[in-house]
Design a protein around this ligand. Structure first.
Ligand code: ZN
Length: 187
């Protein structure tokens, strides 16, 4: 196996651990630092220059919004699974922070979020229907709050549990009555 020694960390690694660099065609066409060192250096740079990186990205976006949008969409499409995994990991590591972040984003972008949700609902009628059936079956928080005419945020866990028990009991009683009617039915 062909190897090369990284001039940064000094480790000797297989060639595929080094990125190509056409400007160094005379020296093997590879970058002198291994991929791990390059990634570490750019992460460190980003961390040390957060404001600068943000400003640079914003400027790039402002100069060519359509191109940037297309790039972002392509990157997202290419890394859908990775993004999903990242998001799930981020959420698992800090659920309260993520919830707060999402709520803050939602509050700041209410119209946009509402439009996005409406579009999603229009595009996914089956999922919407399945969810509403599930909500009703499980007496979800949203479902209970809606029936109680309360904002979801005002529905305490105690009230939700009590109402859920009440509704499920009522449903069971209704089903029992129906079944008994069937038994007593004489033609
Ligand atoms: Zn290295």
């Amino acid at each position: 196996m062909d190897t090369k020694t990284c001039t940064k960390c000094g480790e000797t690694k297989p060639l595929e651990m080094f990125s190509k660099d056409p400007r160094r065609a005379d020296r093997g066409g590879l970058r002198p630092h291994c991929k791990a060192c390059v990634a570490a250096a750019s992460a460190a740079y980003r961390a040390a220059n957060r404001g600068k990186v943000k400003a640079y990205r914003a400027a790039r976006y402002a100069a060519n919004p359509d191109k940037e949008k297309a790039c972002r969409a392509a990157r997202r499409a290419a890394n859908l699974d990775k993004e999903k995994a990242c998001r799930a990991a981020r959420y698992a590591a800090n659920p309260d922070k993520e919830k707060a972040r999402k709520a803050a984003y939602r509050a700041a972008n209410l119209d946009k979020e509402k439009a996005r949700e409406a579009a999603w609902r229009a595009a996914n009628p089956d999922k919407v229907k399945a969810k509403s059936v599930r909500d009703a079956n499980e007496v979800s928080r949203n479902y209970a709050a809606n029936l109680l005419r309360l904002p979801v945020a005002d529905l305490t866990d105690e009230l939700h549990e009590a109402y859920k028990e009440y509704l499920l009991t009522k449903r069971a009683a209704k089903a029992l009555t129906q079944a008994m009617k069937g038994l007593n039915h004489v033609d």
